[in-house]
Design a protein around this ligand. Structure first.
Ligand SMILES: [Zn+2]
Length: 453
């Protein structure tokens, strides 16, 4: 198997030291509903993880929750609730959305604020080794102490320096130095440290959690391309300076960014399309096929036509599965399709070609079905290979409520009873419906009903 490694900027043979694959993917900073950019990284690395498991690796997948960060603090202060409560609420929603997208849950989900002791240990170690310094209650990483700083983003300190700026109140030795620990400010959550009250910088979180849960050298580290610099560059600097071991990460994988039309997917622009909004209209299979229909390193632009095409594609796969064929007759052999699927996935997770292979197999299943051949094994292969991409190929749940006509009937009966002044019977209908979780509300436009969640 070959994986494109951002560090070497080329495809490399994937050779982990054993059958264990330790994988870390930067998680979300939950302060609002999850948007499509979140779905992109989650589905990409879910497919990577599922394929590695299919190949026989034992994968340990860690994905953190950043629950202390400027945007969380700001939003929590506006709402007048603790930052942690806000983060937890939207983190739970994120994992609900992920479950709806058939994304496997990470094996370990560390919350930054629960990992402060490990962060303090790493920061202390970096100060002891001369890689970090204290200034005014904050601690900064000294980038000049690391000769190969910039190796992931393929830049030099000189080229970065021109774009760097020092925020007011920061007392850095050098503009590119970055905060490991930020001295407490009023109105912000803070923790005790040897340098006074404060909170951790963002980059140190991932270093501490990766070291704690996966060890000093990990196999795959993933995230969006927007994290290469400075976040992942700084993770390398911290981790390798602390442990003295290189490389911190054997394979750095970065997915292309999700774009909404011509505008980059970003919360600050306010053009959010949430995962929930998409799943109201399309099946999870269709959305996954839309995401995986493009190679993960390419940027992906949201397009209604493309998701609709993916929905029709998903329906074709489902129909082929439902095609029962003729058991006992000559069998359709799907081995070549299986091999093709593995071959394209082995080449840096070629999911677009993998999906194309599924369609080739479907075409063959449909063709031989007409001839009355046994497609049982071929259909099992289709289901198995689709599963590696996280496609369930199950009929999407009916969005329309099957009970709706009956509820409408009871509502009109209740109306007639009320008109006939049979209030007791009318109330009984309302109460019985309420027991079943259906609430009625009488409005000037008539009675409306809804299901309690
Ligand atoms: Zn991270």
């Amino acid at each position: 198997m070959k994986i494109y490694n951002t560090l070497s900027a080329q495809k490399e043979n994937f050779l982990p030291p054993g059958s264990q694959v330790r994988m870390y993917v930067c998680g979300v900073t939950p302060y609002d509903e999850s948007h499509l950019g979140h779905a992109m990284f989650a589905i990409v690395f879910d497919a990577v993880r599922r394929y590695l498991i299919f190949c026989g690796y034992k994968v340990t997948y860690v994905q953190n929750i950043t629950d202390v960060e400027d945007k969380i603090i700001e939003r929590a202060n506006t709402l007048g609730i603790p930052a942690r409560a806000l983060a937890e609420k939207f983190a739970n929603k994120f994992f609900e959305d992920m479950a709806a997208l058939n994304v496997l849950k990470p094996d370990i989900i560390p919350y930054a604020t629960e990992e402060i002791p490990k962060m303090l240990e790493v920061i202390k170690g970096l100060i002891d080794r001369g890689h970090a310094y204290v200034a005014n209650g904050s601690v900064y990483f000294r980038v000049k102490s690391m000769p190969d700083y910039g190796k992931l983003s393929h830049r030099t300190l000189d080229s970065m320096k021109s774009g760097a700026r020092v925020e007011p109140g920061e007392e850095k030795e050098f503009p590119m130095d970055f905060a490991l620990w930020k001295a407490a400010k009023p109105g912000e959550p803070s923790w005790d440290s040897p340098w006074g009250k404060g909170r951790p910088g963002w980059h140190i979180e991932c270093t501490a959690m990766a070291l704690k849960y996966l060890g000093e050298q990990i196999d795959i580290h993933g995230g969006g391309q927007d994290l290469i610099f400075p976040h992942h560059e700084n993770e390398i600097a911290q981790s390798e300076s602390f442990t003295g071991k290189k490389p911190f990460v054997r394979y750095w994988m970065h997915n292309g960014l999700f774009q909404l039309g011509d505008v980059k997917m970003s919360k600050s622009l306010g053009n959010i399309v949430t995962i929930r909004q998409v799943l109201e209209k399309y099946s999870a299979d269709a959305f996954r096929m839309f995401i995986l229909g493009s190679h993960y390193r390419n940027p992906l632009t949201l397009s209604e036509e493309a998701i609709e095409a993916a929905e029709r594609g998903a329906e074709r796969l489902r129909q082929a599965l439902a095609n029962t064929g003729k058991a006992g007759s000559e069998k359709l052999d799907a081995t070549t399709y299986r091999q093709k699927f593995i071959e394209v996935m082995d080449d840096d997770f070629g999911t677009p070609q993998a999906i194309a292979t599924l369609f080739d197999l479907v075409r063959e299943i449909n063709r031989v079905n007409e001839k009355g051949l046994d497609t049982g094994e071929a259909r099992a292969t289709l289901k198995e290979l689709a599963g590696i991409l996280g496609l369930t190929l199950e009929e999407p749940e009916q969005t329309a409520d099957d009970a709706a006509p009956f509820i409408e009937l009871l509502i009109s009966t209740r109306k007639k009873l009320r008109e006939a002044k049979q209030f007791q019977l009318a109330d009984e209908i309302r109460d019985k419906l309420a027991e079943m979780g259906i609430t009625l509300e009488d409005t000037p436009q008539g009675t409306v009903w809804k299901r309690k969640k």
